[in-house]
Design a binder for this molecule. Structure first.
Ligand SMILES: [Zn+2]
Ligand SMILES: [Zn+2]
Length: 192
């Protein structure tokens, strides 16, 4: 399906979302990808320092409502570049959630030029101010895996047909019950 070929932004953002699944801190699972010239140069998710225990095994280490055990996804990706001697200057970063203040500072200082994120998460006003005064451009990208799998489109259609059958052949209450669930689980919107 060439007309449905994935765009670069979606291609990288969906990878960031996959990377987030490796997170070991379930308070918030974040994934991050650093690219240059449309090539991936590093990736990271939020998790413990190498060798330490994981939040998912022993619970978070909370201080003032924050888990202090983990290194954030963006920091992990930038540190991976430091470890392997890869320049981040002029690179792009894709993050599943808007970066925290500390990660924002690292992103700016690492010379990253474009920040792509999907979810607004506790957007820090000082982080925003720093980004505005920096040369980093910020873009929000919303994408889902389902958009790129033809079968998922077919599945949605199939479910819609079943719901329409229900609408005509069962009582309105039953229809609404299933329609609401379909809306939540499959993002299908039926007229109730
Ligand atoms: Zn944690
Ligand atoms: Zn952070």
């Amino acid at each position: 399906m060439s007309q449905n070929r994935i765009s670069w932004h979606d291609y990288f953002m969906l990878q960031a979302k996959t990377i987030a699944l490796r997170s070991t801190c379930t308070r918030l699972m974040v994934g991050c990808l650093i690219t240059r010239d449309n090539r991936v140069i590093a990736a990271g998710y939020n998790g413990s320092v190498s060798g330490d225990v994981h939040c998912i095994d022993v619970g978070c280490k909370l201080e003032n409502g924050h888990c202090v055990r983990t290194i954030h996804a963006e920091a992990n990706a930038i540190l991976q570049c430091a470890k392997f001697g890869i320049s981040t200057n002029g690179a792009d970063i894709y993050v599943t959630h808007f970066p925290c203040l500390n990660c924002t500072k690292m992103i700016i200082q690492a010379g990253i030029k474009n920040l792509y994120y999907e979810t607004d998460y506790r957007v820090d006003s000082y982080a925003l101010e720093l980004l505005k005064n920096s040369k980093v451009s910020i873009y929000q990208i919303k994408t889902s895996f389902e958009d790129y799998f033809p079968l998922s489109v077919e599945k949605k259609e199939f479910l819609k047909n079943i719901l329409n059958e229900l609408k005509t052949n069962s009582n309105p209450q039953t229809f609404r019950k299933f329609a609401r669930k379909a809306s939540r689980l499959f993002n299908i919107n039926m007229e109730l």
